[in-house]
Design a protein. Structure first.
Length: 509
């Protein structure tokens, strides 16, 4: 059935007696055992990451591929993972000093954090895998708002208990802290700077979850900036525990699932609302030195008291006779400019207190990396191309690559590359997906019989025909079947029926 998530995919090779089977890496051992029972010595199996190449050696039947597909359909339940969602609340939760509002807050914001790319949650899944001995894979599935654990039955149970336990620990009072910076009246650059610095701190402290909320003097209901006004979703307001949170209601933007903190800020202020202050919550599964260090660096880089003054550009200052001093045109921080044909001095590369900046080739405006990333992502979504936030000039692809993929030093990379996640390449890949999506939208405009959607889980862009109610994700490793109208993955019989009758709500994916 369409509503049942399929955890394997078969791609047949008609020219050879082979079948490529895509399963999660946690299910590789299960799949191997099934094949041994089914085919004995009549096949040769090669494992390549999440793809298994099965070569049939002795089967001569003309319909052997169909028989294999039928068998996989009947035994697909062996590959089904263990699920962990908002309803997986442990029994001991009510007995201890756990915060139910924080449990709900984590799950309500998971999609909003995972889809734009969260180094914390990627590391979180990796840590669960490291705790369990054996072949196990833990992933988060945004389309179903749940974690999925792939492994043998006994390992799945252990991994599920460990995952729930770590999330529950994040809801203990000693494992979350609050930081509330204030801003001068009309100091937009301070808010931009706070969001840019928070993005840099997230990379520096990947074991701490940082969640950003806005205190707003709202003139009207705040809504996501979509192209389809009739389908706009109004965000809700939530109130966290009063033990350690400030006495005001904060805006919950968890419904804006593909927007960054910078885009949400621009969206709120663009509708005539004033952001009085930000609330940054730091969380960890244990109150260790990392959480304490995270709070110290938050106070140092994003102080509680408003600065109210901005730096003045001084283009004549030099560092070591080579590196030009300037300031970011958005966050107004002092920068050491990285020349297009040269490099800053070695101190600038290794000293984290020094912020590296770039001067754009065409317009000459100066940005730090995080402000540049924040603004370019928003411009590509709204206008379909990279544009300077300050003057609107187009930005060269070479500038984008040099700035986004720049890494300070190998010493600073070690904190995140150890678990096979590189945030710099992830940011660059995200921009590449946006570029592909924009190109596909142009094709969609030329051919009314075709439409394109971006998969919520794997972020693959698929062009499909509109005369069919559903379509498969183009990524062979992704099992999603999506609605041709709204692009959503139908989760129930009611959803499927609504999509068939074209009564589903159109979203922006």
């Amino acid at each position: 059935a369409i509503k049942d998530r399929r955890y394997w995919n078969i791609v047949k090779n008609p020219s050879k007696s082979t079948v490529n089977v895509f399963v999660n890496r946690g299910s590789l051992q299960i799949f191997s055992d099934i094949l041994r029972d089914l085919l004995a010595e009549s096949y040769d199996l090669k494992v390549k990451h999440e793809k298994i190449v099965v070569s049939f050696l002795k089967l001569k039947s003309a319909n052997w591929r169909e028989s294999f597909s039928d068998y996989m359909s009947m035994n697909g339940h062996y590959f089904a993972p263990e699920h962990v969602g908002i309803g997986s609340l442990p029994q001991y939760f009510s007995e201890g000093n756990y915060s139910l509002s924080h449990w709900n807050e984590i799950w309500s914001n998971l999609n909003a954090e995972w889809i734009p790319g969260s180094i914390f949650w990627c590391r979180f899944c990796h840590q669960i895998e490291d705790k369990i001995k054996g072949n196990v894979s833990v992933i988060y599935v945004p389309s179903r708002s749940r974690f999925e654990i792939f492994a043998r039955d006994d390992i799945r149970t252990k991994a599920k208990d460990a995952l729930i336990k770590d999330i529950a620990k994040m809801c203990l009072p000693q494992n979350f802290r609050y930081h509330q910076p204030e801003f001068a009246e009309g100091a937009k650059w301070e808010k931009w700077g706070a969001i840019a610095k928070l993005g840099e701190i997230r990379i520096q402290y990947p074991t701490t979850r940082f969640c950003l909320f806005f205190e707003v003097n709202a003139q009207k209901k705040i809504e996501p900036d979509h192209t389809n006004d009739e389908n706009d979703i109004y965000c809700n307001t939530v109130t966290l525990d009063r033990k350690k949170s400030p006495p005001f209601t904060i805006i919950d933007t968890s419904t804006w699932t593909d927007e960054t903190d910078f885009e949400r800020l621009e969206n709120i202020m663009g509708q005539g609302n004033k952001v009085k202050s930000l609330l940054i919550m730091a969380q960890s599964s244990r109150a260790d030195e990392n959480l304490t260090a995270s709070m110290k660096i938050l106070e140092r880089n994003i102080p509680s008291k408003a600065a109210g003054k901005c730096n003045v550009v001084n283009k004549e200052q030099q560092v070591g006779g080579q590196d030009e001093h300037s300031i970011c045109c958005m966050c107004r921080r002092n920068l050491v400019l990285r020349q297009s044909e040269g490099k800053p001095n070695q101190t600038a590369l290794t000293e984290t207190s020094i912020v590296i900046g770039w001067r754009l080739t065409l317009c000459g405006c100066v940005f730090c990396r995080q402000c540049f990333l924040n603004s370019v992502q928003m411009k590509m979504k709204h206008y379909g191309k990279a544009m300077c936030q300050r003057c609107g000039t187009s930005i060269l692809a070479s500038d984008c690559e040099n700035i986004i993929k720049f890494k300070r030093s190998k010493q600073n990379e070690s904190s995140h590359t150890s678990f096979c996640f590189d945030p710099y390449n992830a940011d660059w890949n995200r921009l590449a997906v946006m570029s592909i999506a924009n190109f596909c939208y142009d094709i969609e405009n030329m051919d009314p019989g075709k439409k394109c959607h971006t998969c919520l889980d794997c972020r693959t862009v698929t062009i499909h025909k509109t005369n069919r109610p559903f379509f498969y994700c183009r990524n062979n490793k992704c099992p999603n079947i999506m609605c041709s109208i709204c692009g959503n993955v139908p989760l129930s019989s009611d959803d499927i029926e609504a999509c068939r009758k074209k009564n589903c709500a159109i979203n922006r994916y």
